[in-house]
Design a protein around this ligand. Sequence first.
Ligand code: ADP
Ligand code: TZD
Ligand code: MG
Length: 587
Amino acid sequence: MTQSALAQDDAADAAPQSLTDGFHLLIDALRLNDIDTIYNVPGIPITDLGRYAQAQGMRVISFRHEQHAGYAAAAAGFLTRKPGVCMTVSAPGFLNGLTALAHATTNCWPMILISGSSEREIVDLQRGDYEEMDQLAIARPHVKAAYRILHAEDIGLGVARAVRAALSGRPGGVYLDVPGALLGQVMDAVEGEKSLIKVVDPNPASLPSPEAVTRAVDVLSNAKKPLIIIGKGAAYAQCDDKIRELVETLGFPYLPMSMAKGLLPDTHPQCASAARSLVLKQSDCVFLIGARLNWLLSHGQGPGWGEKGGKSFVQIDIEPTEMDSNQSISAPLIGDIESCATALLDAIGTTWKKPDESWTGAVRDKVIGNVEKMAPRLQNNNSPMDYHSALGVIKQTIADNPDTVLVNEGANALDLTRSIVDVIKPRKRLDVGTWGIMGIGMGSAVAAAVETDNQVLAVEGDSAFGFCGMEVETISRYNLPVCIVVMNNNGIYRGDGENWSGGKDPATTVFVPDSRYDQMMTAFGGVGAHVTNADELRQAIGEAFASRKPTLINAVIDPAAGRESGNIGNLNPQSVVAQARYPQART
Ligand code: ADP
Ligand code: TZD
Ligand code: MG
């Protein structure tokens, strides 16, 4: 036996089996609540917490930056309906993780950020501790709940409160503050075990009232041109068969929001995605299922929504205060989606009269016409590619491999992928979410691979990828089946921007032209490919899927192919002064 092994043995003797500590209680409390994975970046005071968690059989995925560990935890929460857990060090690590925690809260996904922190007596007197910060106070405005645990015997309680807060009602982010000293606290092992709490029914069914159901059926049955909008709350709810039954029984055309794509296959005959403008404008009744009337739906108003006051709204949501947040909701159904859908189906029975063919047929004709119009654009083999030629290949890839999790971010790279690439199965699309964040890609890809073990295809704008690109090392290190396609158009929106002063600095929106992002993956032992046309792209993706090796494909896109801000250019502020001063600004 070596000297150090002997020393370890002595130490083990000195710590009898009858004791436990804060480290182990925290790990035991998480595991007791079915949390088996932690997304983390190590450092004081949580380095050993990660080691011990791994030693105890948890999956601990260490990232290069906390923001991406956090985005992974947020995506894991959406995919699994369990809180995704991210663990960070104090102050700067905590702040890096906080962006992702706020993102989880904004998207209504369950996540717990556990951050080590400095000691209260030093922080509260601002005596200047290592990475000192009042993290609890800073977290609070961005989360559903924030708790600090000071005593080992309260760890069970703290974790139980965090799990329940994250999952119950409208899900969201929870912050758990873990001062370093807590982890080293020792207590009796039997007492410690007794102090742990397994949360019972953290996500209880919430039934709509019978009056609310009757009212909703009344409004829906009076509609002549009804439309369903399905949001990512419905994807999160994991009652896919019930939602499909409801949509098919009602017989309304439906629009899936971005991350609700695939809940019913995008190829479903009632899917109206390719007739979006028509159905938003002409419908007379909109039935929202786990979708908010926020900016992504122009707040349910404006020219795209047809005549003012020309629509009634029915909405299912778990959160009562969501109602009337943008438009008057004639029939609110407050409850969980499964209970509401079940109650509606029971109420309408077998006598439901589907909407008139004059409406559903017109929508269907528009869909078929638009899909046919798009088809030839998706089949060109030009070099460099435009977005459409690259996405024609990706569309076929997903059609052939419907279990693939498609991760997607960028501007043009996002908007065009969303509208062109059909998703066939539920929860197979992860993207920028409610905030439209750049940089969620690699964290989401890691979470998708870790949580599902399915092949992941990340379609990334070159700018979007830049926010999280260092995590290709993480993907390589854990040997995850992730294929990244960087849509490389040399910049943000377009790669042909100019410096309007005529000076020597590059334009604010362009990057080093003809960069080779593929070499970032080969630097870490993964596979890199550089492709300039659709045939080469098809081959590179085929090889990545066959081998399941970490792969990065640098897909060369015409720098002039994109549009400013993709589909949301109208959100850019404009002024007459600027337009008079810069001729280039006139559009
Ligand atoms: P999208 O961006 O796809 O339109 P949002 O994130 O805006 O979707 O809306 C999701 C909505 O779903 C939120 O208002 C949330 O409260 C709600 N929600 C989440 N889970 C459930 C559930 N199980 N039952 C009912 N509503 C839910
Ligand atoms: N920072 C963060 C965190 N989120 C953002 N959404 C932005 C900045 C602003 N932004 C967008 O909204 S899209 C985008 C930025 C920087 C990048 C678009 O360029 P891209 O995609 O290369 O990713 P395309 O294909 O060139 O349009
Ligand atoms: Mg770009």
